[in-house]
Design a protein around this ligand. Sequence first.
Ligand SMILES: [Zn+2]
Length: 317
Amino acid sequence: MACMLCGYEKSEKLFNVKDADFSSKEYALVKCNNCDLISIEPKLDPEEIRKYYESSYQDESGAKFKSVYEAMEGAFKASRAKYIMKFKKEGVILDVGCGRGEVIGKLAELGWEAHGCELSEKIALKARQNKKLKIYTECFEDVKFKPEYFDAITLWHVLEHVHDPKTYIKRIYDILKKDGVLILEVPNISSWQARLFQANWFHLDAPRHYYHFSSKTLKRLLMDTGFNVKNMNSFSFEYGPFSVLQSLLNSMGFTHDLLYGMLMKSSPILKQKKLAIEKLLTVLLIPFLSVISLVFAYFEALFKGGAVIRVAAEKKI
Ligand SMILES: [Zn+2]
């Protein structure tokens, strides 16, 4: 299959990844021989992939995690709002994949005109409780936005789920003002943790993640669609230490992503089999492994090899 990014036909297989939620089906991670873009094969079509989102992302109340973690989520969302404010102090914002609208809710309070796309009707209902927000439940591609309307558009962990990221980013280009800013974050496939843990890396999330970007391939995608990168960093307190911890547990032979399942309100993993002993062992190991994970996440980010790539980009003039 031709590469999404460069069109080259040849790729090499890296390793297999397991679908941990529903089956023991394996997918392959492949790397383009020309531009190094990494993607999963086969990519499930929209009908097949739907059940993976319905079951494990967020529950009916819109909450994704149990209460302890939910409190931390609040702090993470605030830090996203702060990052946006570094580049734009006011204006019109669109958050694609806005969930319950926490980030744009904070910005609306500060005077922004805030729009959000959220595919799940149930979760969109939560976002709509904030009357200041304009929420769309159609696919981002189908909403009729005015050209050059937004001052800022954000994609937090969205692009890796998109079938055709190039067309997606081109559409963003069209609806962003000339001096607008695109902010996006994706898992970093060239991070230390991804390289070390390979198939056991938490953020592979097969088969939901179609594409795995490095700073090189993400930069190329943005350049090819008319953007210049203004700011790029890889440290994430939200995604870094936890994913080292979960990947360590995966490598030690525990059920894949079990700890993550334990933190979530509803998880298909926990429904599969009785895991009492594994759960107990996991809890006992957490204090020790957490220290290792924090130190690891700190150092990888220090050397620009952190768990995520967060980018702010502007249109080329
Ligand atoms: Zn390529």
